[in-house]
Design a binder for this molecule. Sequence first.
Ligand code: PMP
Length: 407
Amino acid sequence: MTLDINKIRKDFPILEEQVHGKPLVYFDNAATTQKPRQVIDEMVKYYYKYNSNIHRGVHYLSNKSTDGNENARKIVQEFINAKHLHEVIFTRGTTEAVNLVANSFAERFIQEGDEVIVSEMEHHSNIVPWQMVCDRKKAILKVLPFDDNGELMLEKLEGLITAKTKILAVNHISNSLGTINPIREIIKIAHAKNVRVLIDAAQSVQHKKIDVQDLDPDFLVFSGHKIYGPTGIGVLYGKEDLLNEMPPWQGGGEMIKEVHFEGTTFNELPFKFEAGTPNYIAAIGLGEAIKYVEALGLENINAYEQELLAYATEKLSSIEGLRIFGTAKQKTSVISFLVEGIHFYDMGMLLDQMGIAVRTGTHCTETVMQHFNIDGTVRASFAFYNTKEEIDALYKGILKVCKMFVH
Ligand code: PMP
């Protein structure tokens, strides 16, 4: 099915906005995506009509909100094809989900001298939590490197794994390079050596269909706001047996069975890992966002975004002095670039004056920047509501900036 982009764009009110008197061209989708009316309306509906704290009440409103939250959990379960509903845990986002796993998994499974592997192209949120637990546990953090195209050096993985390796944490798609990593192979290699795997799917669930039973990661995490849902909600998927073995991370209401001063017993999954009042309205918004994306079809979304990527790569590559960082064979719709002699902040700020929103800096991947010995890049990331005309505007905008910098 070909997507009707003009019709789709009408679902996203923000795309009609003007910025500095120019029509908005939003190319910062890897940082966060815009929200369709359907998501916003559903959340507003709950605030207007049904809002009440969940899981605690016997009254009508509480039941409505609880049902909304649990229905969203079901939508997520079906979306990623988790075997059990209680394998879906709601968090604040990817960052919180990684912190939850790092802390709880380490508490149960990581001892002094053990090893954790991450890749060189991780977002800070999939490095720092592991570094913190490794420091605490006196464990060792090892790094799987990538090459100058931005592809992981898979041939080095087996050599990195030892009998002490407990877990490998890697992203499915890099937010700063766009590389699609061969996670099926990575998971196979790790599992053959009894190493658990966490997949950071923050940049992939919005582009590619994921089936956790087929792919077989031990954990998979993502954020609602990058898949056209609201901020403040994310997902941790984990295998039931593993989650059952792991201790709770945060304590508080909801996660307990019985509390006595002599000791506390904990609730069952998924509530054991959901302390406190959850962001149920955001969970409901996430459910609606997933329904929206599924109605368009991830295959259709991906096909169109690949078209945008190819078009933009060709246009931008033709600009003299422009270098793209991240030239992997398998890429998603992210282009990180620099133009010789022009600082990324200058480029970003001047494009902004033309109404074009791109991200500048390290994109929370300082180790990627260190690999290329640069301080940052300009990043344009495309979603299914973007158009070739908008890419033309970016192309012309970059040329205009280049002209300004010619002395
Ligand atoms: N991992 C990747 C690959 C990301 O792109 C991001 C967000 N930029 C994160 C993790 C962190 O997500 P959040 O800030 O929503 O927790």
